[in-house]
Design a protein around this ligand. Sequence first.
Ligand SMILES: [Zn+2]
Length: 499
Amino acid sequence: MTGAGAEEARRTLLTDARPAGGGERPVDLLIDGGRVVGVGPDLPAAGADVVDLEGRWVAPGLWDSHVHMDQWALVRQRLDLSSARSAAEVAALVGERLRSSPPPAGQSLVGYGFQDALWPDAPDRALLDAVSGDVPVVLVSKDLHAAWLDSRALREHGHADHPSGLLREQAAFDVNTAVSAVSEQQLDLWVAEAADAAAARGVVGVVDLEMTLSLDRWACRVAAGTRALRVRAGVYPADLDAVAALGLRTGDPVEGTDGLVTVGPFKIITDGSLNTRTAWCHDPYPGLEGDPAARGLPTYEADELVAWLRRASSAGFVPAVHAIGDAANSRALDALEEVGCGGSIEHAQLLDPQDVARFARLGIVASVQPEHAMDDRDVADRHWSGRTGRAFALESLVEAGVVLRLGSDAPVAPLDPWVAVAAATSRSRDGREPWHPEQRIVASAALAASTDGRSSVEAGSAADLVVTDLDPLAASDAELRAMPVSGTLLAGRRTHWTL
Ligand SMILES: [Zn+2]
């Protein structure tokens, strides 16, 4: 199995290239030994493959700072139901897929991403039976808390007599686990496809926060030819001691991966989520007043969190602390300050205004997923009513001098940094009014937050580059979301190339 990323690096001269943000005058870029060795007019072509970029733009290669790669690879294989506005629409999508590309004989069709809370009609097994023929159909909801099955799949999963076919909670989790159980070989193949697809969007690296320890898996994948991405693979509390015992620390290369895979951050989850109203906040969720969990739930007491961070940082791990609610962010900052270890807060969705400056003062990275704001703006307007001016507060963070990183949390949003850049700069999608437009950030800030902090292409820098047909700093929201990427280089290797 060899993905597009298996290309060898070669000495390359890119001519008529416009460095994004570097003015209108085109230049040449000379690439050798995995690095950009020259930027300027009329560079020598001797011994180099010459590619005329015809005025296309070149920017540092893109990073997605928060993904779950296995989950994303699985979800990519599933029928996407996120656009459906009714049960009938879902049934139509299922019918169309079974006609156009049915799964191999004996396999189920698995769909993902429906959200039935506002539908005019109810999901029912009979709707699916009418279109499914002899293919079992399993549809998983966006939040994974529901699964809608046709009669054949209900029989297979032990729910033959279920009245509607819409399973909830544990029954739904069990079905999802069963349909997600693919062989390692199959999963690796799908991960390779997902990595190639990411490279085709200009991505050179991801921070993989998959919850099962993936250092060995990634080493196997690279050995098998999956070389389209750099990967920083996170480590959760359950695996901290085992990884530390190998003498590994954050940033260390994983053996046998040519430096493509490194040990990522120490990931620790300190509260829940907005949609489930478990994100831990200073104020109660409207309607939950008086409930013991009215403000959401912290996962750790303050001293426990400090103890984990101390343990991780003394073993050489940089923490990545999941905190969504404002109370969770305050506690995370308290703990990071006490331990003095630096690191990132993942999500940072709702912030106490005083905490914004603390990110900057402590040098804590805010790792945010702007497209979640587009997915969840209505939920936030309701559950964080009166507080949304400080939700996904990108401009407040940038203005305070906080180091910002953007990501997708794929599969929650697609692994495509252009989507994140579009959401961060427009705070709008599908033609809706921008949501809290005062928190939009400029394109140059959004791009720098999506390139691992590199803001320009300079001689001496890594030849991790993306070539686009449009100027990323001048593109509209719609143009950003569909940004035409004609080439991606990772250390000078062509991981995606159409030129
Ligand atoms: Zn995540």
